[in-house]
Design a protein around this ligand. Sequence first.
Ligand code: PSU
Ligand code: MN
Length: 302
Amino acid sequence: MNAYLDISPEVREALAAGKPVVALESTIISHGMPYPKNVETALLVEQTIRENGAVPATIAIIGGRLKAGLSASEIEYLGKAGRGVAKASRRDLPALVARGADGATTVTTTMMIAHMAGIRIFATGGIGGVHRGAETSMDISADLEELAQTPVMVVCAGAKSILDLGLTLEYLETKGVPVIGYGTEELPAFYTRKSGFSVDYRVDSPEELAAMFKAQREMGYRGGMLVTNPIPEEYAMDKAVIDAAIEQALKEATEQGVHGKETTPFLLSRVVELTGGDSLKSNIQLVLNNARLAAKTAAALQ
Ligand code: PSU
Ligand code: MN
């Protein structure tokens, strides 16, 4: 057992009993949505996981401890602190742990800690990827490398077009990460159901997702699997509206010289502001939709 890891009693019992468990990230709470909607959403996502037959394990770093399974007051704390909590990627864990600090886990570190705890499925909103202009900035999210090396299934709503979606798919192909479309042949673009890019395989049931993941594991693959689940039609945004907000946010980021780990949180919060909260409603609904699919797939895997 990892000396730095705390698994909550509920999650520990579920894992020991072979019950389905779904991991959830905390960067989406501290950096991805404004308070108090972030806390309400995080708790609603946990409830949705339970209603669909699995146990939620929200992941974060608190006081230097790697946590799998948070209490409601820990979620409230992370949501209220917002951007005051460090965004923790793979390179940050040694410093945060040694210093006894707090950290909001990204897709990367949530996969790492889920795997340490023995959790195989993780639901979130969107993943990081290859940024637009990466051919000069070299800004490529560590999420892609983590998918290549950590055996966790990540259920998301695709990726936002703040990224270069074509290059993101090329990178995943090079790294051998299967990209699955749930009920679609097309990669969803987070706020919208379509991106113009194809996924590798279309799957139409949680059972088939579980079978693919099981085959990947039993063949001894090192890496994970990316499941992209389109936002429900009724909550999808108008493509022209969201594209305009993203272009504006990208322009401001360039003008203000935003770079490094600040780029993604800056773009996400500007898009929310520029769409006057509409994008936040879509964001919440797509996360709930992913939580349902992840819980059913975790149950199918047991
Ligand atoms: N994309 C989203 N919502 C998010 C993130 C990305 O649509 O909340 C967060 C996730 O935690 C993801 C991280 O792992 O941002 C990626 O950051 P970066 O691009 O700096 O790797
Ligand atoms: Mn980056």
